[in-house]
Design a protein around this ligand. Sequence first.
Ligand code: TMP
Ligand code: ASP
Length: 239
Amino acid sequence: MENIVKTEQLYEGKAKKVYATNNDNYVIVDYKDDATAFNGEKKGTIHNKGIINNRVTNHLMKMLEQNGIPTHLVEEISDRETIVKRVSIVPLEVIVRNIAAGSLSKRLGLDEGVKLSKTVLEYCYKDDDLGDPMVNEYHIMAMNWCSKEELDLIASYSLKINELLTDYLKDLNIELIDFKLEFGKTADGTIVLADEISPDTCRFWDSVTHEKLDKDRFRRNLGGEEDAYKEIMKRLLGE
Ligand code: TMP
Ligand code: ASP
C-alpha cells in the first residue's frame, strides 16, 4: 500500500481523534486514554485504554471481516493509530442486548443479568446535545438518516455480529451482555461496520465469576478499570 500519512485533524471526539490523510479514501483514528460517561458529565482517564481499545477493536474487526462482515478497517499503524476507510457515519447507535443490564434494566425494571428470551435491537440517534435519544424505524425513515434497505442491512449485520462475537468470546470465558455498534457509508455507497468494538462499547462479564470487565467499572466507580481492560486484552490477544 502507498504511504498513508496524517494531514490535518478533522475531529476530536470523547475517546478518539480523526485525521485526514494524503489519500481522500482513508482517515487515521487515534485512540485516547480519556474516558467519559453520562454524555460527558463524568470525566477521567484509564491508563493505556487507547492502546487496548485500538488493538482489541482491530482484532475483533479482523475476525468479523473473515466471517463476511464488511468493516472500515484498513491497517493498524501504531499502538494507538489505525488507517480506516473514510465513511459518512449513519447517525445511529445500534445497541444489541443478550442479557438485561444498564439502561434496559432501568427502563423495564429487570434485574441485571437476566437472560432475554430473544436478542433485543435498539437504535439511538447520535446527538450529544439531545443525549442520544432512543428512536425506532419510523423515526429513522421520517428523518432520512438512512434508507429502508440500508437499515435492514444494518440490522442483519448487527445480529450476525452478535452471533460471531458471542461465540468467539465464549471460548475466552467472556459473556457478551450487550454492545453498541456504528455503521458508515463509503464513497461508493457500501455500508460498513465503523467506530470501535471495545470494553468502552461492550459489556463483558467473566463467564464464571460474572465480574465486570468493561467500562461499567468506571461509570459506576467500581475501581479496577485498568486491570479489567488489561484482562480483556490478555484474553483476546494473549498479551
Ligand atoms: P446502556 O445500557 O447504557 O444503554 O448501554 C448499552 C450498551 O451500549 C453498553 O454495552 C454500553 C454501550 N454504550 C456505548 O457504547 N456508548 C454510550 O454512549 C452508551 C450510553 C452505551
Ligand atoms: N458515550 C458516553 C459519554 O458520552 C459514555 C458511555 O457511557 O459509554 O460519556
